[in-house]
Structures are given as structure tokens and as C-alpha cells.
Design a binder for this molecule. Structure first.
Ligand code: SFD
Ligand code: AMP
Length: 629
């Protein structure tokens, strides 16, 4: 029996934080304060090493959410309006406001912990755009995770973190989440975490759609390949209500190496054009009226900027270029002094390269290997494959309780900030939905908000939930089964990847990606889909679910890959079901329903979904949007 080779380790805690990214670090930092006060235990579990895990692993070159409330530059209301417009009206104002009113203090903490933020001569932060500030952020994640770990250490025995443990399943006691199961990716250990409250902060999801980078480029993507839908899987399997599962994010990036575009558009004021040099944001402006009032407001929503670009490509006007050369020329235009011109050019050059070196090193390598100097030649940009990241310009995640003081009604607030519809299960960052544009700083902040509320829940609910021992054994067998399947059948064929008795996770992933790409509006079909295509995709997913029983893993690393892809499959299903449910096109640059090509007033609503653990049935729910501004 494979299970006998694995030690079962049982950890008991009060607050269990799943994930070690930005939201988890914020949660650990905040929870430590409240746990100390109430003598409670906090445990963090990450599949990787917190120092460089999650989306900020490589670093970042900007903090995309900073209001500067003290300077009176912006208001929380301004931010709500910005986010709402970018998401074509589909936003929880209460959640956005809760993050926005607290985010500045998180940024000040980052600076205190050693994060270098760009400053002008008067010592003010240098803005990239209205909401974004520039940082020297190569070590951003190291700095933040160190602070989180230090905060846990302050708790002594009551603060601990586990790294390289992959979380697979929620553990429920009726309607309440009481823990999680997982396994070490380095040694034969199966883990059960028992907790009084659980915070799901395992990031978003990538590699659900066939990536543009295939073959030798496989693994290159904008979103980190390590976040694979665990957040969505966890809340779905717990039976919690989800929201905006249709709102994927399709970022436009420097082609092939996925370098960021924000600094070019906002800081350097660059333009993107078609191959003929035409600025499609100008030449195609009339199209935006079809998507009013959002399309005609400023700034143009992210998905509509994409859409105009996609229309250019469809018209055969590609490649699309970021005119870095022209932007730099413009920034240099007024400088007549030769010495000053030399200095300024050096400064711009180093800023341009640092933008990539801070967060997407391979884009700098791409420039170097193609002899590109941004001041001399433009660079191709392109729309990536879709990702699930609610903290950026997507919105998919759990439907969570908002703050009491801003709550418009009972279905927006039910007790504890950021608690899902399941008791004791909280979500933040990419795991919580309908509060986009929180980014690194807002995710950290939302982690803090959720952890504080979770501690309050723990104090109010002292009764330790019951735990079914038989369930533990069942889970162990189920989670380790792919290892047993491999052992049983591996000798049938002489190629371990091709065997009629099992499927390896990589092949399984390729199959999922093909289905999603072709039927659910991936990059290769220009992000277009329809009822007929989605239904066909769903049919194929049913077969995948059957085959998932035959997934096989030759070692611990593959066992992780197996579960990553099962998580992806669930994310995919909730995505397809919600796209089917929303019978309109609302974000044409993210996906386009060819059978419902327009935005409809009666769909200015949330499309939510829920999976019932008892019956295995899905329920689709339409919820009202209740605005604060
Ligand atoms: O501009 C498991 N983001 C940016 N934010 C900014 O503020 N500035 C930028 O410059 C940003 N840029 C950017 C950004 C994201 C990406 C992908 C790129 C570039 C390429 C957004 C932020 O990074 C993002 O908002 C936050 O990181 C979100 O925080 P959070 O905590 O929700 O997710 P995470 O940090 O990725 O952490 C996830 C954690 O979960 C772990 N994990 N642990 C256990 N078991 C499992 N099964 C698990 N699955 C995952 C991960 O290891 C990780 O610790 S810009 O270009 O947009
Ligand atoms: P990105 O590099 O695309 O992730 O963008 C970083 C930040 O700049 C995010 O807050 C984006 O929403 C914003 N941004 C990027 N491009 C534009 C643009 N053309 N207009 C307005 N905001 C933008």
C-alpha cells in the first residue's frame, strides 16, 4: 500500500493561512498582532519557498495601487469609479473601498521594511500613472516575506510556517471549514492541518488555456506557472459561492517574453501602433461608443484597449508595436544642452531596462538577443493567453463578505470581512472575486483585513470543530492514488508517458489546454466562443473528469503536477459554465460571445456559481450589483 510509505503528520492550529504570496504575507503580519493579543496560533503553508513564491517571485517594478490619501491627491471614491469602469460595471464597490482605504499604510510598511521606492527631489513618491508608484522592486517579495516570517517568529511556538507543502483539499465539518490536506513535495509526508479558521490565499491560475509559448518555450507565460487554480478549487470544493468566474484576464505584453507594458504606456507615455504606424486607439475610437458608458470614459478599460488591438490584427494590420523609440525621442525633444541630453538618455535607458530586470528578466534577455535598443527600434506586443487573476484586471474568485460599515445589504455582508459563504473559510488576493485592481499592495492589504476578521471569528467560535479520522485515511488514499496507479501499471509499456492504463499530468494538461483554447475562446481562435462551442467544451471536460481518475505520478513532483491539473480542470469548468450563463458580451477584449455580440442592460449583474459537495450539482446564481458611488 502506497499510503504506508507516507508518514501522516497532523498539525493543529487556530488560523491556517494557505499560500505564501502577497496576501498570505499580509495575513501573517496582521494575524500575528491579533493572535498575540488572544493567545492564538497562526500557521502558514506554502507549496514553494515564501522568499520567492507566487506572482511577485521575480520582483516587480511598480506598486500598482497607492492612493496617497494623505496628500489629498485621490479619494476612495475615485478609485471605486476607476475600478468599476475598467471592469465594465461589474465590481463590488464595498470590497474595493475596504482595500483602498487601508492600502497606503501597507505601502508605508513596505518602505519601512526596506523596499526602495522612487522619490523626487522633495522626497515624494514618483508616480507611474495616477494609481501606480515606481519601485526598485527586484527583492520586493524577499522583503515582504521576511517581515511576515519575523511577525510569526514574534509569536514563538504559536507562529509557524511550512514550505514546499502542496495543499490539495479542504476539510469540512458540515458547513464549516476546519482544515486542509496536502503533501510534502520533498519527502514522503502526508499533511493534515486542523484549524478553527482557514484563509485561502493560493493565488490565481495559469496554463488552463493553451499558451502562446509552446514547444521549447513551454513554461514561459505572463502569470507564474506555479499558481494553478488551487484557490478556486479549494473554495469550490468546500461548497462556497464563487463570483465572476467568467472574468478572465488577457494582458497585452511585449511579445514572447511577456515584459510589462504599464511603464511604457504610463511613465514613458509611449503609443502602440499597427505595422503602418497608425495609433489604433485613435483610428478605432468610434468603436468605443458601442461599449458606452464604460468605453467612452477615461481611462479606456483594459479589455477594450485589447479589443481595438485585436481588431487591428483581424484586419491584417499586424504586427503591433510599442513605439519605444518614438516615446524616448519625445521625452528627449526639449533638451538642447548636449551634456544634459547625454545624462537624460542614460537615465531613460536604464529605467527602460530596469523595468524588465525588476520583474521579467527574460524580456531583457530577449531584447539583448535580438539586438534591440528601445531608444532605436520599436518592440512587438501581443495579447497573451487568458489567466485567472482577480487582483489585476480580471475578477474571478470567491464571493466574500464585505465590511459592515459599507454594506449595502445582507447578501454583501454576513458577519466577518472576507469570509466566504462557508463558515470559517476566508479568501483574499486572487482567491477573492469582484474586487479587481488590488495588485501586490492591495492583495497584501486584503490579506491583513481577512486575517484580522478570521481571528475575530476564532475568538467568537472557540468550539473546536469535530474531525472525522476515517476521512483522514480516505483523503490520504485519494491524494496519493496517482503514485499507486503508476506503480501498478508502469511496466506495461516501455515508455512511461504512453500507457493505456493511465495518463500523465503533462498529457492531461495538454488536453485541457486544447479544449479550453478551441472551445472556450483561447488565443488561437481570437478569444471568440459561443453557446455551441462552450457546450461542446463542457462535454469534453466531462470525459476529462472521468480520465482524471487514471492520473498517474512517478514521484512527488509529478504528484504535485497531477493535483495542479485537477485544480485547473475545476477552474476551467467553472469558467465555461459562467461564460455560458452570462448571455452577452461584456468584455470583448477578454472573450467575445459571437452568439450574443453586445452588452445587455439586464446583465449588469454578477454571474455567480456554486458546486454542491453533497449532490455534485452546479448552481448558477445571478446577483444584483449594489453601488456605493
Ligand atoms: O504591473 C500554494 N502584479 C503586480 N502588482 C503590482 O503591484 N505591481 C506590478 O508591477 C505588478 N505586475 C505583475 C503582477 C502579477 C504578475 C503575475 C506579473 C506582473 C507577471 C500583481 C501582483 O503580483 C498580485 O496582485 C499579487 O501577487 C497577488 O497576491 P496573492 O497572494 O493573491 O497571490 P501570489 O502572490 O501569487 O501568491 C500565491 C501563493 O500561493 C501559493 N500556492 N500554496 C500551497 N498549496 C497550493 N496548492 C498552492 N498553490 C499556490 C504560491 O506558492 C504563492 O505563495 S504588472 O506587470 O501587472
Ligand atoms: P501592466 O504593466 O499592463 O500590468 O500595467 C500596470 C498598471 O498600469 C496597471 O495598473 C494597468 O491597469 C495600468 N495600465 C497599463 N497600460 C495602461 C494604459 N494604456 N492606460 C491606462 N492604464 C494602463
Amino acid at each position: 500500500m502506497i499510503t504506508e510509505n507516507f508518514e501522516t503528520v497532523i498539525i493543529e492550529t487556530d488560523l491556517l493561512i494557505l499560500g505564501g504570496g502577497m496576501a498570505a504575507c499580509g495575513a501573517a503580519f496582521e494575524a500575528s498582532h491579533w493572535a498575540k493579543k488572544h493567545n492564538k496560533k497562526v500557521t502558514v503553508v506554502d507549496k514553494a519557498s515564501m522568499e520567492r513564491s507566487g506572482a511577485v517571485a521575480m520582483g516587480l517594478s511598480a506598486i500598482n495601487l497607492y492612493l496617497g490619501l494623505k496628500n489629498g491627491k485621490n479619494t476612495v471614491e475615485d478609485y471605486i469609479n476607476y475600478v468599476k469602469n475598467d471592469l465594465m460595471g461589474i465590481t463590488r464597490d464595498d470590497l474595493v473601498a475596504n482595500i483602498a482605504r487601508h492600502v497606503d499604510s501597507s505601502v508605508h510598511l513596505f518602505e519601512k521594511w526596506g523596499l526602495p521606492i522612487w522619490k523626487d527631489e522633495e522626497g515624494n513618491y514618483i508616480n507611474e500613472g495616477r494609481w501606480q508608484i515606481m519601485i526598485h522592486g527586484e527583492s520586493y517579495k524577499n522583503i515582504v516575506s521576511e517581515a511576515a516570517k519575523n511577525a510569526l517568529k514574534e509569536l514563538g511556538e504559536n507562529g509557524e510556517y511550512y514550505e514546499r507543502i502542496f495543499i490539495t483539499e479542504p476539510i469540512m465539518d458540515g458547513d464549516r471549514c476546519v482544515g486542509a490536506a496536502g503533501f510534502s513535495v520533498r519527502e514522503n509526508k502526508f499533511y493534515i492541518f486542523k484549524a478553527n479558521a482557514v484563509l485561502d490565499v493560493m493565488g490565481g491560475a495559469v496554463h488552463i488555456f493553451r499558451p502562446r509559448s509552446v514547444g521549447e518555450g513551454l513554461g514561459r507565460s505572463w502569470y507564474p506557472p506555479f499558481n494553478s487554480g488551487a484557490s478556486t478549487y479549494f473554495t469550490l470544493k468546500a461548497g462556497a459561492e464563487m463570483t465572476c468566474q467568467e472574468v478572465r484576464f488577457v494582458p497585452v505584453r511585449f511579445k514572447d517574453s511577456y515584459g510589462p507594458v504599464g511603464a511604457w504606456f504610463l511613465l514613458f507615455k509611449s503609443k502602440a501602433t499597427n505595422a503602418k504606424g497608425e495609433d489604433y486607439m485613435e483610428t478605432r475610437k468610434a468603436e468605443l461608443e458601442n461599449w458606452a458608458p464604460y468605453g467612452t470614459a477615461q481611462p479606456t478599460p483594459t479589455n477594450l484597449r485589447n479589443y481595438l488591438m485585436l481588431q487591428e490584427l483581424e484586419a491584417g494590420n499586424g504586427p503591433i508595436y510599442m513605439r519605444t523609440d518614438e516615446a524616448i525621442k519625445k521625452l528627449m525633444a526639449d533638451i538642447t544642452d548636449e551634456k544634459e541630453a547625454k545624462r537624460k538618455m542614460k537615465e531613460l535607458e536604464s529605467e527602460a531596462w530596469e523595468d524588465f530586470l525588476d520583474m521579467t528578466v527574460s524580456q531583457a534577455l530577449n531584447w539583448a538577443s535580438h539586438n534591440i535598443s528601445p531608444e532605436e527600434s520599436p518592440s512587438e506586443i501581443s495579447a497573451c493567453e487568458p489567466y485567472f487573476i482577480s487582483s489585476h484586471s480580471g475578477a474571478s474568485g470567491a464571493w466574500v463578505s464585505g465590511p459592515k460599515d459599507l454594506s449595502p445589504s445582507d447578501d454583501y455582508h454576513w458577519g466577518y470581512d472576507n469570509m466566504t459563504t462557508k463558515k470559517g473559510l476566508f479568501a483574499a488576493g486572487d482567491a477573492s472575486g469582484a474586487s479587481s485592481h488590488k495588485f501586490s499592495s492591495g492583495s497584501f492589504t486584503e490579506g491583513r483585513i481577512a486575517a484580522k476578521a478570521a481571528l475575530a471569528f476564532i475568538v467568537d467560535n472557540e468550539d473546536v470543530a469535530s474531525f472525522d479520522e476515517e476521512k483522514i485515511n480516505e483523503l490520504k488514499e485519494q491524494i496519493l492514488k496517482p503514485l499507486a496507479t503508476f506503480e501498478e501499471h508502469k511496466d506495461y509499456a516501455n515508455d512511461e508517458d504512453v500507457n493505456p492504463n493511465f495518463i500523465k499530468p503533462k498529457m492531461f494538461m495538454f488536453r485541457l489546454q486544447k479544449i479550453m483554447d478551441e472551445y472556450a475562446g483561447g488565443a488561437s481562435v481570437g478569444f471568440k466562443t459561443s453557446k455551441a462551442l462552450l457546450e461542446k467544451g463542457l462535454e469534453f471536460l466531462e470525459f476529462m473528469k472521468e480520465d482524471a481518475e487514471k492520473l498517474a505520478a512517478k514521484d512527488l513532483n509529478e504528484l504535485m503536477r497531477v493535483w495542479e491539473n485537477v485544480h485547473r480542470m475545476w477552474q476551467a469548468e467553472s469558467h465555461i459554465r459562467t461564460m455560458l450563463f452570462r448571455e452577452e458580451t461584456r468584455w470583448p477584449g477578454y472573450y467575445f460571445r459571437t452568439d450574443h455580440p453586445k452588452m445587455k442592460e439586464d446583465w449588469k449583474a454578477f454571474a455567480n456559481c456554486k458546486w454542491d459537495p453533497e449532490t455534485g450539482e452546479w448552481e448558477m446564481i445571478k446577483r444584483d450589483i449594489k453601488e456605493l458611488t
